[in-house]
Design a protein around this ligand. Structure first.
Ligand SMILES: Cc1cc2nc3c(=O)[nH]c(=O)nc-3n(C[C@H](O)[C@H](O)[C@H](O)COP(=O)(O)OP(=O)(O)OC[C@H]3O[C@@H](n4cnc5c(N)ncnc54)[C@H](O)[C@@H]3O)c2cc1C
Length: 391
């Protein structure tokens, strides 16, 4: 089993058997997840082996990875076999896996039940609504995952630091970053099971690309002091080169067609263009090709973003009282009062708030603004406690 390739140990693939399935189904009542001892909803994307046999009952067997725990040990991690069944069942289960007939268990598997704070109790800055200066990030907000935790930790850290500096929070929009989608989903919709970030949760996927992360976020990074002047200068030079080249391709013609039109043909690459600029870096060429080839789709998505930004820019003052809005449906009234959206855009994304409710709120906001004079929308007013961030 211990063949070394480049100094590494092999992982192995094996499978459960009919006996594994039989053992699990026979002992299901002993699993705290199934007997009701644990009431929480498990992580959908890392199901236990008993979950897999119940939820995917049509599958006869499940794949298991055997991963060496280290070079100096003959222990293996049985990946894909997490379980909360009792030890005496686990040992039989492990020995029912092909190749593990003589295995010993060094440490039994167990289930963990987490508690979490409802993320709808947070502002988009990740500060708690009820306790000023307290910011929450990570699994405590109902997420699961390394990146999910890291992304929130970054934003909560930035915003806690900015609070100490007396600056406005940084909130990334849904069209700017997956971090924006993640935090907006959590704060606006809450979650009833461990939340994982998927690209499919973003409506502006065409704009949120890995290749353009610097174009989307460098300016913000530089403004808040996270991106050095040197890096920002490099980025700016790249951005200018991209824009200049796109403009040049539109204004330069070969016979009757512009170079941009020629490049937009699926079979044409930048390197095939007549009159191309050989000084450009591969990164600049990549962005130019994407921008020109997908212009139609990108423009359409940017139009949608324009509408979205319009709604996002309509702030709902913290003092605005939803209970005074006439003819708002009860469900909408309750959810709006609970989540207290900061903008009309955020209000529109709350499940149970309809477009008709939004129209009513818009009218009421106008009247409220005229009567009360538009008060500061400081989203932090009304806190019932305060954490001292400076000490
Ligand atoms: C077995 C397992 C496998 C996983 N596999 C993956 C995976 O493959 N990919 C993936 O993306 N995610 C995976 N996850 C999920 C991921 O590990 C977590 O969602 C993520 O690490 C949570 O990060 P966090 O910073 O929010 O919380 P944690 O990493 O739990 O950090 C919280 C910290 O707070 C400390 N703490 C708690 N109470 C106090 C206190 N009172 N005072 C001081 N400190 C305190 C804890 O000791 C801990 O260090 C896995 C989780 C488990 C359990």
């Amino acid at each position: 089993m211990l063949d070394r390739i480049n100094g590494q140990l092999n992982c192995h693939i094996t499978f459960t058997t009919d006996k594994t399935r039989e053992l699990i189904l026979k002992n299901l009542h002993k699993s705290p997840m199934y007997s009701g001892v644990i009431e929480g909803v498990g992580p959908r994307y890392c199901p236990s082996i008993e979950d897999k046999f119940v939820k995917f009952a049509e599958k006869d067997r499940h794949q298991i990875f055997l991963e060496p725990e280290g070079i100096e040990t003959d222990e293996y991690y049985v990946n894909g076999f997490s379980t909360s069944l009792p030890f005496e069942v686990q040992i039989e289960m492990v020995r029912s896996i092909i190749g593990c007939e003589n295995a010993e268990i060094m440490r039994p598997a167990y289930a963990v039940e987490y508690d979490f704070a409802f993320p709808t109790q947070l502002h988009l800055s990740l500060e708690t609504k009820s306790c000023r200066n307290l910011f929450l990030a990570g699994q405590i907000n109902g997420t699961s995952g390394y990146e999910e935790a890291g992304a929130q930790g970054l934003m909560a850290g930035i915003n806690a630091a900015r609070r100490v500096q007396g600056r406005e929070p940084i909130v990334l929009r849904r069209d700017q970053a997956y971090i924006g989608v993640l935090i907006d989903d959590l704060v606006t919709k809450g979650t009833s099971e461990p939340y994982r970030m998927f690209t499919s949760r973003a409506e502006y996927r065409l704009l949120l690309r890995q290749d353009n992360a610097d174009l989307r976020l460098s300016q913000i990074g530089h403004e808040i002091g996270l991106l050095s002047d040197r890096c920002y200068k490099q980025f700016s030079a790249k951005e200018t080169a991209i824009n200049n080249e796109i403009n040049r391709l539109h204004s330069t013609h070969s016979k009757t067609d512009s170079l941009a039109k020629i490049l937009s043909r699926p079979e044409t690459l930048y390197k095939d263009l007549p009159n191309r600029n050989d000084q450009l870096t591969p990164e600049v060429i990549q962005q130019v090709e994407i921008a020109v080839k997908y212009a139609g789709y990108i423009d359409r998505q940017e139009l949608e973003v324009g509408k979205f930004k319009n709604l996002e820019s309509k702030e709902i003052p913290a003092a605005f009282d939803f209970s005074t809005v006439p003819s708002l449906r009860i469900e909408a009234r309750q959810k709006l009062a609970k989540i207290r959206p900061a903008t009309i855009g955020q209000a529109a994304r709350i499940s149970g708030v309809s477009p008709a409710d939004i129209s009513i709120i818009l009218v009421s906001l106008k009247r409220w603004g005229a009567n009360a004079g538009l008060e500061s929308s400081d989203s932090n007013s009304g806190g019932s406690c305060e954490v001292d961030l400076e000490n």
